[in-house]
Design a protein around this ligand. Structure first.
Ligand SMILES: Nc1nc2c(ncn2[C@@H]2O[C@H](COP(=O)(O)OP(=O)(O)OP(=O)(O)O)[C@@H](O)[C@H]2O)c(=O)[nH]1
Length: 325
């Protein structure tokens, strides 16, 4: 069990046990192009911060079953990997036997990818064509997980050359399947970058909120303040209280209005609002809640509030094979 300083949570009577989900229309958060299904795969790719269960993994599994595939869990620097063995065990239970954790910013574990792909293709009778020594790999995954970064990172490692795929901090940067991009000379390997895809239907509103927290959807479509509230709820549930110190709050809180107000004041994010009074208009300075929410989300996504495993609940009761209960 993780311990946390008593003083941090003394001010809070009780954490919220659940997040209010009613009245939210998850279908409107995700643009149509993300539901399109490509016709073939080889590489697959999701963020390490959350497990692929909530991506309606079944949908991908059906197609993946036809081709050799490798699951790349990127952004490992942002994920809490203290239960890495449980994660691997859980994924193996889902039929995902080949998994690599990566960090494309620091090129961590990137060198393992090409040998693994070569081994997988070599051991697959259907795709092992002795007369054709070229490999063509498709990178598939949810938006904004670092598919383009992975291609650039592979090129840095194997070709010592610069970037070929456009990278950006928002989802939807890659809009169409690119032409083949070379990532290795020996073996000769090409990758196809693809726009982010999601299951045609998002399982639940909470699933949508988790995806949104990982930056899979443009924040304003869900609402920055709603997302900031879900982030606060999640941080408190995971007993991650770095936000208190980071923003100089008096203590941990489950009240998003109070937290955003303090952030706005500390960061001097205020705005002038016209208020109609009996004697005319008066300009009033108010905390800018949206700007504070944006800063809160950005800080979390840059890892400053600590590494997180959003789907920790899924791992409960999932023990690696070599650990006795
Ligand atoms: N912390 C961290 N950030 C990363 C990592 N890999 C990529 N990023 C960042 O994640 C953001 C999205 O990266 P992209 O490579 O554009 O992601 P994508 O999956 O191609 O995005 P779409 O084309 O929108 O689907 C960028 O700001 C990257 O710098 C990583 O391993 N760790």
């Amino acid at each position: 069990m993780r311990l946390f300083p008593r003083s941090l949570c003394a001010a809070v009577a009780a954490w919220r046990e659940c997040f209010p989900l009613h009245g939210r229309d998850v279908a409107r958060w995700f643009p149509g192009h993300m539901a399109k299904v490509p016709s073939f795969y080889l590489g697959s790719h999701v963020t390490a911060t959350a497990l692929p269960d909530w991506l309606a993994w079944q949908w991908q599994k059906e197609t993946l079953g036809l081709k050799p595939h490798l699951l790349v869990l990127n952004k490992m620097d942002l994920a809490d990997l203290t239960e890495q063995q449980k994660i691997i065990h859980h994924l193996e239970g889902e039929g995902l036997k080949n998994t690599i954790f990566t960090n494309c910013i620091k090129d961590e574990n990137i060198k393992q990818i090409i040998p693994k792909i070569t081994e997988l293709v070599g051991s697959s009778y259907r795709y092992h064509r002795a007369e054709n020594m070229e490999y063509c790999i498709m990178v598939v995954g949810i938006p904004n997980v670092g598919k383009s970064s992975l291609i650039n990172s592979l090129r840095r490692q194997h070709l010592k050359t610069g970037k070929a795929a456009r990278v950006g901090g928002e989802p939807g940067i890659t809009r169409a399947v690119t032409s083949r991009i070379q990532v290795s000379e020996r073996p000769l390997m090409f990758l196809l970058d693809t726009p982010g895809v999601l299951a045609p239907q998002i399982g639940s509103v909470e699933t949508g909120l988790k995806l949104a927290l990982c930056g899979t959807v443009l924040d304003h479509l869900v609402g920055e303040e709603t997302m900031a509230d879900y982030l606060l709820y999640t941080l408190n549930r995971h007993r991650m209280f770095k936000y208190v110190q980071h923003y100089g709050l008096n203590g941990a809180s489950d009240d998003i209005e109070c937290v955003l107000k303090t952030i706005a004041v500390r960061l001097r994010k205020t705005r002038k609002v016209k208020v109609l009074t009996g004697t005319g208009d008066v300009n009033v300075v108010q905390p800018n809640y949206s700007a504070a929410a944006r800063d809160f989300l950005r800080t979390f996504r840059s890892g400053l509030l600590g590494p997180m495993m959003i789907d920790r609940d899924i791992l409960q009761g999932c023990l690696p094979a070599d650990i006795d209960p």
